[in-house]
Design a protein around this ligand. Structure first.
Ligand code: CA
Length: 638
């Protein structure tokens, strides 16, 4: 308790806050190692020729300098050498890698001195992110899921690796006809790829079998790519180059890249951060045990100045060194608001206002024990944050397909929907009771992500008594299309789990974070079996980009949503002031039986119906009244 108060105190910050260099710095004739460890009595540096195995080739004592920074200057340009420290605090010596490491050996317990310029792929200086399109449509994908399927047509060496994100021309079983991978994604038309964690995490043995799998929400080295996604985890420079190549490839193929970052907790409390400055980086309960708002055993104390500095440095590093276009903050509800505001400012200052996108999960798993008075980024606080800090909208997600329970129902699976709730969803959850956002600029509208059941599996649980997850049953497909049509009519940035567009199933598994890669992989055969559903998403993606009224991100955007009303049993409709090619939209969603609906006056062009979302390419008109099939959407423009 005493130590906690000291770490939280302005006196500690005044005495030890350090803004100077940390990590390993390559100079012309020497290499300088700097570690911030203000509570240590001694620090020793060990140097190795290999990332694992054999004894240290050299050891050196570090000298304590100002602000608790320990420094060691070693003769020679040590690029390619591995290193770690022995840090002694209160008589206990702990072996630790460098929290500021940018490279490491296999499994990350030895840091590596890297000459980063030598890791740049050819043409890296000319790598440019594609321009933003009228709408952000974010596709969330795990590196291994993307290419693990043996039917994906990837070379064996690329399966599950960063390099698969660099391959064009892959087809289903190599048939030359049905694109998979990048070519499939180009055809789909999404604008952003959000990668599940690609920093170094701890739950997969990098020297172990390819059949291991984890989502990777267990950070070990925050500033190093994960080794199991590289073709060679034993040479620290390889993973760096291969992730850069993947980013460059995604850029060249028209996608912006969002990185999933987990600054709320570490793989275990016994981390490099802990071993360097015991407890400083972690929140504690009054009894001294670790705070566990993350549900993962520990919470970082982001409100402390050197923790904040660490996270800000890390985000800037990924943006600068790896050209990441944005960041998705895991459990942002555990991070403090001043931190997020400073990250926003840092990125705006270096790259231009709003150029790098940031958004996060506005919740946590449990209560956290931050310094008293800390403002956290929970749902109720989003309106006080800058609009350019976004968050996931669980209201739309739950209204359309149901809440967190397996059998919970939303509109498309028989849960009903009040017009007021539809209005709130369409307006990006900026108005009405419990609204979360100032404007749709802040809203990430979505139905599914890696967490919880896939949209398909949820629909099967609630609509198919046989629970035949793999079967593409008509009633589930209808509900899926209706759900997708609703999502694509909601203001806010759009987001979906990779494969939602082909009825991705995890066979009813809710939490597949460490399930087999066979269960988690994108099933490219299914992607083509469900081609009609993919086409439905494709049409909606292309249509959305032409609907300025729905893409509007201003604070007044929700005013465009007019006259939302119940049109029949389980049938709702809304008019939206669009502008552009269609001045007014009339959006109808029928979750009930087939019914006839009266239309407002004039001729309406059919933009999408329950089965075809490319109708806007034809001149199909309707007026007076229309027949809506069971479980279908109808999007009209005038
Ligand atoms: Ca790892």
């Amino acid at each position: 308790m005493e130590q906690q108060k000291w770490f939280d105190s302005p006196e500690f910050e005044a005495e030890f806050h350090w803004d100077g260099p940390l990590g390993a710095e390559l100079c012309r004739e020497e290499t300088v190692f700097r570690l911030w460890a203000p509570t240590a009595q001694s620090v020793e540096l060990s140097l190795y020729r290999q990332g694992t195995g054999e004894e240290a080739a050299q050891t050196h004592s570090c000298l304590r300098q100002e602000k608790g920074v320990w420094v060691c200057r070693v003769q020679g340009h040590l690029a390619g050498w591995y290193y770690n420290y022995a840090v002694t605090v209160d008589g206990v010596t702990r072996r630790t890698a460098d929290p500021y490491a940018v490279a490491c050996g296999c499994n990350g317990s030895r840091s590596m001195v890297a000459d980063l310029r030598s890791t740049d792929p050819e043409g890296w200086d000319d790598d440019r992110s594609p321009a933003r399109q009228p709408e952000d449509i974010i596709w969330e994908c795990h590196v291994k899921d993307f290419s693990y399927d043996v039917h994906g047509g990837f070379d064996e060496a690329d399966r599950g690796k960063f390099t698969a994100l660099c391959r064009r021309g892959t087809t289903l079983d190599g048939d030359g006809v049905h694109p998979t991978g990048l070519d499939y994604l180009r055809h789909l038309g999404v604008t952003h790829v959000q990668l599940l964690p690609v920093y170094d995490y701890g739950s997969v043995d990098e020297s172990g079998s390819e059949s291991q799998f984890n989502w990777g929400y267990d950070p070990v080295n925050y500033n190093v790519p994960e080794g199991s996604y590289s073709t060679d985890p034993h040479h620290g420079e390889v993973r760096i180059r291969e992730l850069k190549q993947a980013v460059a490839s995604l850029h060249q193929n028209g996608f912006r890249v969002i990185m999933d970052v987990v600054y709320n907790h570490t793989y275990s409390l016994d981390s490099w951060l802990f071993r360097t400055v015991p407890w400083y980086f972690y929140r504690q309960k009054p009894d001294g045990s670790p705070s566990n708002g993350s549900g993962c055993g520990n919470d970082l104390a982001t409100e402390r100045s050197m923790v904040r500095r660490y996270i800000r440095d890390s985000v800037r590093y990924w943006a600068r060194e790896y050209h990441m276009d944005g960041f998705r903050f895991d459990l942002m509800g555990l991070l403090d608001a001043p931190l997020m505001e400073q990250i926003r400012q840092d990125l705006d200052l270096e790259f231009g206002p709003g150029v790098k996108q940031i958004y996060g999960e506005p919740w946590s798993a449990d209560e956290t024990f931050a310094r008293p008075g800390t403002r956290l980024c929970g749902k109720d606080r989003l309106k006080q944050l800058p609009q350019s800090i976004g968050a996931f909208c669980d209201k739309t997600r739950d209204a359309v397909k149901g809440g967190l329970g397996q059998l919970d129902r939303g509109f498309v699976n028989g849960g009903g929907l009040e017009p007021a709730a539809l209005r709130q969803c369409l307006g990006g959850c900026t108005r009405g009771p419990g609204s979360m956002f100032q404007s749709p600029e802040q809203a990430i509208s979505y139905l599914s992500c890696h967490d919880d059941w896939t949209l398909w599996d949820r629909l099967v649980y609630t609509l198919d008594p046989e629970r035949a997850f793999p079967d593409l049953k008509p009633q589930v497909l209808r509900a899926n299309r209706l759900a997708a049509a609703m999502l694509f009519c909601c203001q806010g940035h759009l987001f979906f789990l990779s494969g939602e567009e082909f009825g991705r199933t995890k066979l009813g598994e809710k939490n597949s974070f460490r399930s087999s890669p066979r269960l988690n992989r994108l099933d490219w055969t299914r992607a083509w079996q469900a081609e009609e559903l993919v086409d439905y998403y494709r049409g909606l993606i292309a249509l959305r980009k032409q609907l300025p009224g729905l893409c509007d991100k201003s604070i007044t955007a929700a005013d465009r949503v007019r006259s939302v009303e119940l049109l029949g049993p389980d049938c709702v409709g809304a008019q939206v002031e669009n502008g552009g090619r269609w001045k007014t939209l009339y959006l109808l969603f029928n979750a009930g039986e087939a019914q006839t609906v009266k239309l407002p006056g004039g001729q309406w062009q059919i933009l999408a119906n329950g089965t075809n979302s490319f109708r806007w390419q034809q001149e199909a008109l309707c007026s007076a009244e229309v027949r809506m099939p069971a479980s279908s959407a109808l999007l009209l423009g005038r």
